[in-house]
Design a binder for this molecule. Structure first.
Ligand code: C2E
Ligand code: MG
Ligand code: MG
Ligand code: MG
Length: 291
């Protein structure tokens, strides 16, 4: 890298790299400002029981509302926020906001669960302690731990895995459920499936996309579902956009489904309206008292 090789490295510094660095720097500045101005918000996407269509939970998905650029997708800014060390405080905000909104939905009679995505740096952070943060937020909002699902990715299981393992065990011991997100897209070995306290596998959208026509993707999904079930896990299929995909995944034995077929991720208000319309189509109308 530039640091090791000293000044000789400047000859590799092309206008294109300069452009990328300028953009990166601009995004870092904009992100710092966004933290101060509170430009972040959450959208929620329903998760349904694939057999009954009953809405069982939501996934909280982070967005950045930039005053100039509009709504920015998390895949653009989360990697930068992670590098800057912003994902620990931002992740804390996600946890608190999602559980606050869930408490409001519970009060409206929707006894749903909430899935939160966490970054490796949140799991790694020893000062804040992810398990403790979650426990405190659950307590603050009066939510039972069984209503909180924590989504991790395969890449998280590879680095500093002993600390990560201890943290995830602690979260599981609280009574929360650990989900393995984007399954099949990472590079780690399958042995983590028994080493880590994972209860649910989310089949990545890239395998669902070409169903039902793509036979190799269908075979892969079949194998993932069989493997998950034989380990006593549940499965969620991501990115379901068509009735055909839903029917296919139901036959293959996926337990839950998520995707544009049911709903796009929505702001809380719109989501609440969507849930109201679906009452009688499965959304639980009984208030659940967690205290
Ligand atoms: P993910 O956790 O795998 O979330 C699913 C992504 O698929 C979401 O993208 C969702 O909008 C999109 N999606 C859902 N259904 C469909 C569908 O039927 N078709 C298509 N084409 N897409 C669908 P989104 O919201 O852009 O989020 C991207 C990723 O950013 C997430 O992937 C997650 O890894 C990450 N992310 C989002 N919010 C957070 C957060 O609060 N913390 C962390 N650490 N990561 C987050
Ligand atoms: Mg997720
Ligand atoms: Mg996913
Ligand atoms: Mg994904």
């Amino acid at each position: 890298g530039a640091k090791d090789d000293g000044r000789n490295n400047f000859k590799y510094f092309t206008p294109m790299m300069n452009q990328a660095m300028v953009e990166r720097h601009a995004m870092e500045r904009a992100l710092r400002r966004a933290m101060l101005r509170r430009e972040f918000l959450l959208h929620y996407q329903p998760v349904v029981d694939i057999k009954t269509g009953e809405v069982t939970g939501l996934e909280a998905l982070l967005r950045w509302q930039d005053p100039d650029k509009g709504l920015i997708s998390p895949s653009h800014f989360i990697p930068v926020a992670e590098d800057m060390g912003l994902m620990v405080p931002l992740g804390q905000w996600v946890i608190d906001t999602a559980l606050g909104d869930l408490a409001a939905l519970h009060a409206q009679g929707f006894g749903l669960s909430m899935a939160i995505n966490v970054s490796a740096c949140q799991c790694r952070d020893k000062q804040q302690g992810l398990a403790q943060q979650l426990a405190q937020a659950l307590n603050r909002h009066g939510i039972a731990p069984r209503h909180l699902h924590v989504e991790i990715t395969e890449s998280m299981l590879m680095d500093d895995s002993n600390h990560c393992l201890a943290t995830l065990n602690h979260i599981r011991d609280l009574g929360c459920t650990i989900y393995l997100d984007d399954f099949g897209t990472g590079y780690s070995s399958l042995s983590y499936l028994k080493k880590f306290p994972i209860s649910v596998i989310k089949i990545d959208r890239s395998f669902v996309e070409n169903l039902p026509d793509c036979e190799s993707d269908a075979s892969l999904i079949r194998a993932i579902i069989q493997m998950g079930k034989s380990l006593g896990m549940k499965l969620v299929a991501e990115g379901i956009e068509t009735e055909e995909q839903q029917a296919f995944l139901q036959v293959l034995g996926s337990d839950y489904g998520q995707g544009y077929l049911y709903s796009r991720p929505l702001p809380l208000e719109a989501l609440s309206d969507w849930l109201d319309k679906r009452v009688g189509h499965g959304a639980k109308a009984q208030p659940q008292f967690d205290i």
